[in-house]
Design a protein around this ligand. Structure first.
Ligand code: IMP
Length: 429
């Protein structure tokens, strides 16, 4: 198992950035396989903080970084992120960075539609990141997307642009919006094309070569399993499959390549955007978790909703995604609580449930059943071995592990790369 696939096992924001960065320093290639620039991965290396939305985290360590076909790519966001990182001293060139040439593009018309829909939905809005992710994936499966490889053939793009504009103009008219400025769109694509094309290639081929050479590949998931378009809290989800299996289809490597599946799990629960959240705390405790955990979205700056750890949800995510082991993050946020609670089941219409139902209304109505544990007074921040942890914190970790039926592989105790307790090395498994 030379490869590792990292996925979020909750609603995203589990602290994947740090873990991916830590693993990336030991990988030979890092691949993003779904999502787009809706992700927010924060990496802290020494005194420098890097905030990535689209680029694979390996880019910071100079590791070969690849954007797979499963991603939706906003070319202008790409350029801005590359420029921002370059200004921070990161080297990005066609040697260490590649984009799948069959990757669909996010265009300004997708962002427009995302915004129009959310504004029209009122209280029923999804709370998207407003980046055009959903509309871009719709055009992909609707078979009218403009893809990276099309940028090399702009002179023959007219029929595709016409089809795309016809679709979007009908939708825009429904919102009372002006039609797409077709000429402006083509001019913008013409201008950005050479920039994107310098990185474009059939990445499946490059990855095949990398794999044949015995290199270690790290697949970097974005968002979390509970935002998966099939398995998440539908319709309050993102528009891609965030589960581990997507690493194969979203990169052009087969299912046998995904290796050790590392599920990133926060020691409590957070969510941004709308949708069900059984253990949400709209009280002082929730406020305290948010403040101590600095729970504000990396991409949108929105305040995250906070609640106790939900073992039912994480057990389900681990099963659905075939998680081999978890990385438990932000344990220190629970330091100093007199007692801590874990959700071990739900009550719905008088019945006890050991899983999260599929129906949105049932998801919204389940009541958490809690188990309460004694907390710990000492700090866990910066711990690098079990011996550095208070006994109660170890008990909490053990109970989590038991309830989610998945072993702990890593415990992360601060945003710093080295503040990690390694139980089981995913690359050596
Ligand atoms: P979209 O991905 O922008 O369409 O947003 C759909 C839902 O996914 C919203 O609830 C967003 O807040 C959520 N979401 C998207 N990306 C992330 C992420 O990286 N972390 C956490 N939530 C996300």
């Amino acid at each position: 198992m030379a490869n590792v696939t990292v996925i979020g096992a909750q609603w995203g924001d589990e602290g994947k950035g740090k873990i991916v960065d830590w693993l990336a320093s030991r990988a030979d290639a890092v691949v993003r396989f779904q999502g787009g620039h809706n992700a927010g991965h924060t990496l802290v290396v020494g005194d420098v903080t890097y905030k990535l939305s689209l680029l694979p985290s390996g880019i910071v360590t100079g590791t070969l970084s690849i954007i797979g076909n499963g991603v939706v790519l906003d070319p202008w966001a790409l350029k801005a992120e590359v420029e921002k990182l370059t200004a921070q001293g990161v080297t990005i060139n066609p040697e260490n960075f590649a984009i799948a040439d069959n990757c669909p593009l996010i265009l300004p018309l997708h962002r427009d539609l995302d915004g129009l829909r959310e504004a029209a939905a009122g209280a029923g809005k999804i709370g998207t990141t407003g980046r055009g992710i959903g509309p871009a994936y719709e055009d992909k499966v609707g078979r009218r997307a403009i893809r990276v490889c099309d940028l090399a053939h702009l002179d023959s793009l007219d029929p595709q642009i016409d089809r795309l504009c016809a679709h979007h103009n009908a939708l825009r008219a429904g919102f009372g919006e002006d039609p797409v400025n077709r000429e402006q769109l083509l001019a913008d694509l013409r201008e950005i094309a050479p920039y994107v094309l310098q990185f474009a290639q059939p990445v499946w081929k490059r990855l095949k070569k990398v794999r044949k050479a015995g290199a270690k590949i790290l697949f970097e998931g974005a968002q979390g399993v509970l935002l998966d378009v099939d398995h998440g809290t539908y319709p309050f989800v993102t528009s891609s499959n965030t589960v581990s299996g997507t690493a194969a289809s979203g990169s052009g490597l087969g299912p046998s390549s995904t290796g050790f599946v590392l599920g990133i799990v926060k020691a409590y629960t957070t969510r941004v955007g709308s949708g069900p959240f059984p253990t949400e705390l709209n009280d002082e405790t929730g406020q305290k978790l948010g403040e101590r955990g600095h729970e504000f979205g990396t991409v949108t700056g929105r305040k995250r909703r906070c609640g106790w750890f939900d073992a039912v949800l994480v057990r389900q995510s681990c099963a659905i995604s075939g998680v081999t082991g978890i990385a438990l993050t932000k344990l220190d946020v629970l330091d100093g609580f007199e007692t801590v609670k874990i959700c071990t089941g739900y009550r719905l219409d008088g019945k006890i449930m050991d899983y999260f139902p599929s129906h949105a209304q049932e998801q919204a109505r389940v009541e958490p059943i809690y188990e309460e544990m004694e907390g710990w007074r000492e700090t866990t921040a910066g711990a690098r071995s079990w011996a550095d942890l208070p006994a109660q914190a170890i008990k909490y970790i053990q109970r989590v592990q038991e309830l989610i039926e998945t072993p702990v592989a890593l415990v992360s105790t601060s945003p710093e790369r080295e503040d990690t307790i390694l139980v089981r090395d995913p690359f050596m498994d």
